[in-house]
Design a protein around this ligand. Structure first.
Ligand code: AMP
Length: 299
């Protein structure tokens, strides 16, 4: 496995590769690994990047303290047999005279964008830079970050980027919570308290499967399940049924994706947890997404 730090080197290598690309911020877990394995299956070569992108952190977020486990990450990637890992230097990606902004105005200020101003602009920027450098055939992103996926699909479509954007299923922990690098911030009691989140999501799935399609009732039920314990430790940032392309709230639950975010407050910091469940079943959103969550909750 090649470990590449420089822009010139990654440009030279990329010219000769037919590749799938998996961008990450490191602190790799099984969620990331599931994306990498999908790319390994579907492409001759796979390149993974590890870069904690400063422009996607809002002021006061955890940029400085974001978990860094590079040695461990490189070991994991070596075992997976990826072709190369790109670990760029921040000052090479963003030189001091860097002066470009990118965004998708109709999508970037909704859902997580309300409380993370500028976040999706930073995500667009770094992915555009990486896509320009690597020119991959396929880009693998997680459906856990559904708004991010939707925005990057739109950016690639509008800018005629010659890369297929592939959304990959959410990899869940045993209690149903999506794996996330930020779960490491939670102590065991908070970790078990937030398992109410997947439970409340599975209650929506069960209600809809039982024929209840009243979006107002379903949302209220979700909120009351999460707030059952009147916990001062978390706050629901949003929870609604959305149209998959416009990210606008819709009432027709069967055509929607339910997305929610929870802000968990620890003594030192606030931790954002996000999750979603699609209700319009298609080859892109198979029934298995719902079944996996239900199974976690049952066991
Ligand atoms: P991050 O390192 O948090 O920027 O994530 C890198 C990629 O991994 C993004 O495309 C995420 O959506 C994806 N990802 C993170 N957690 C999961 C998960 N639990 N299941 C599937 N994909 C994930």
């Amino acid at each position: 496995m090649k470990i590449i730090y420089g822009i010139k080197e990654i440009r030279d290598l990329s010219k000769s590769l037919n590749m799938g690309f998996v961008p990450t911020m490191g602190a790799l877990h099984k969620g990331h690994i599931s994306l990498i394995e999908k790319s390994l299956e579907e492409n001759e070569e796979t390149v993974v990047s590890i870069f904690i992108n400063p422009t996607q952190f809002s002021p006061g977020e955890d940029y400085i303290h974001y978990p860094k486990t590079l040695e461990q990450d490189l070991e994991i990637l070596k075992k997976l047999n990826v072709t190369a890992v790109f670990v760029p230097r921040s000052d090479e990606i963003y030189p001091s005279d860097f002066d470009i902004t990118l965004g998708v105005p109709s999508l970037e200020n909704l859902l997580c964008g309300v409380t993370r101003p500028g976040h999706f602009r930073g995500v667009c920027l770094i992915l555009m830079i990486l896509l320009n450098l690597l020119k991959p055939q396929r880009l693998y992103l997680g459906r856990k970050d559904f708004q991010q996926l939707t925005i990057i699909q739109k950016m690639c479509k509008d800018l005629l980027i010659d890369t297929e954007v592939i959304g990959c299923p959410i990899f869940r922990d045993l209690d149903g919570l999506p794996l996330s690098s930020r779960l490491a911030y939670l102590d065991s009691s908070l970790r078990s308290a937030v398992s109410l989140f997947p439970k409340a999501l599975s209650a929506i799935i069960q209600s809809i499967d039982n024929g209840n399609q009243d979006s107002v009732y379903l949302k209220e039920n979700f909120t009351s399940l999460i707030q059952r314990e009147e916990s001062p430790f978390y706050e629901i940032l949003y929870a609604d049924f959305y149209d998959k392309e416009t990210l606008q709230p819709i009432d027709d639950v069967k055509k929607s994706i339910f997305c929610a975010a929870l802000m968990v407050k620890t003594l030192e910091k606030s931790v954002r947890l996000i999750d979603n469940i699609p209700f319009e079943i298609s080859s892109y959103y198979p029934q298995s997404e719902k079944n996996i969550l239900l199974k976690c909750i049952e066991s």
